[in-house]
Design a protein around this ligand. Structure first.
Ligand code: KPL
Length: 315
């Protein structure tokens, strides 16, 4: 299969390596500095299923040859410009996989694609929940320190063909993939877990496993409970037991991982706090619920990333 992966960060590099290893014809699209390294040194995976492969890398997705599948592995804060840029250059209605953290990502992507003149049906947008941990060691070198999986909606209705294609591609590449009856519920579950793990690990600069014990466990659990309130109000109730079990499962499976938000903070990059905790606060506020701990952690993270980037806060 011809697969284009947009984004040569941790997840994009890992997916690209797995597809190359499975014999797919892969193009990995990244920033110029990463592309130069990828062309020169290829792609190395450490940790789970390690290896080294040559990969075709480019700075902008070439319109031809058209890929059969596009994995959009850029962070939520890069999605708008990437989608707008893609819009006019995507030939046939190619399935686009969106494995980002956060809630309501697909709405923003569809709007940005439409604004750019894209006319394909939205059923080709394949939203995915990704729990596979990955850390970029440096350009061209990624580490998978633990296990995880990709969840997709059950193939049904107009989206069925795109979902089947994506699911077959992941499975053939040995990437664990499962379809679930209620993907929206699983997106909320992942958002709950991210809302609890990502800001706490990023603020305290600790690996995920540190949140299994005090004092970080309590901070994470307070954020988890608030996120549960938002989810419940939005029609996705999680019992404390269910939410705690989900959090603990991910913490144990990714104990050695540095969360994506921590990796962003360490690199002085923007974070996905708005797509995760910001969306949760907005979903709650729309139903008259205030989430003070989540609002506070968003503000603290904003100050920390501003300080890391050398910006001064005005207020
Ligand atoms: O999704 C993740 C992330 O880092 O963004 C988890 C599952 C928490 C793994 O670190």
């Amino acid at each position: 299969m011809r697969i284009a992966v947009l984004g040569a960060g941790a997840m994009g590099s890992l997916f690209a390596a797995r597809f190359v290893a499975a014999g797919d014809e892969v193009r990995l699209v990244g920033r110029p500095a990463s592309v130069a390294v990828l062309r020169r040194d290829g792609l190395t995976v450490e940790g789970r299923s390690p290896g080294h492969w040559a990969v075709a890398a480019e700075e902008r997705l070439a319109a031809t040859p058209a890929p059969d599948l596009l994995i959009v592995a850029v962070k939520t804060f890069d999605l708008d410009p990437v989608a707008t840029d893609l819009a006019g250059r995507l030939p046939a209605p190619i399935p686009l996989v969106l494995p980002q953290n956060g809630l309501h990502v697909e709405r923003g992507v569809a709007a940005a694609l439409r604004a750019g003149g894209w006319t394909a049906p939205e059923s080709v947008l394949v939203r995915a929940v990704n729990t596979i941990p990955a850390m970029i060691v440096r350009a061209g070198r990624v580490r998978q320190p633990g296990d995880g999986e990709i969840l997709l909606a059950e193939p049904d209705g107009p989206a069925a063909a795109a979902i089947r294609l994506a699911s077959d591609a992941f499975r053939a590449a040995g990437i664990p993939v499962r379809t679930v009856p209620d993907l929206e519920l699983e997106l909320w579950r992942k958002a709950l877990v991210n809302a609890a793990i990502n800001p706490v690990t990023a603020l305290h600069r600790v690996p995920n496993g540190a949140l299994l014990s005090p004092p970080y466990r309590d901070e994470a659990r307070e954020l988890l409970r608030e996120a549960q309130r938002a989810a419940g109000a939005a029609g996705f109730p999680f019992s404390d037991r269910d939410a705690d079990a989900s959090l603990e499962r991910v913490l144990r499976a990714t104990a050695d991982n540095r969360s994506s938000m921590l990796q962003d903070v360490e690199r002085g990059r923007p974070t996905e706090i708005d797509a995760i905790s910001g969306e949760i606060v907005r979903a709650a506020a729309a139903r008259g619920i205030d989430l003070p701990a989540t609002r506070a952690v968003i503000a603290r993270l904003g100050r920390a990333t501003d300080a890391a980037a050398g910006r001064t806060q005005v207020s």
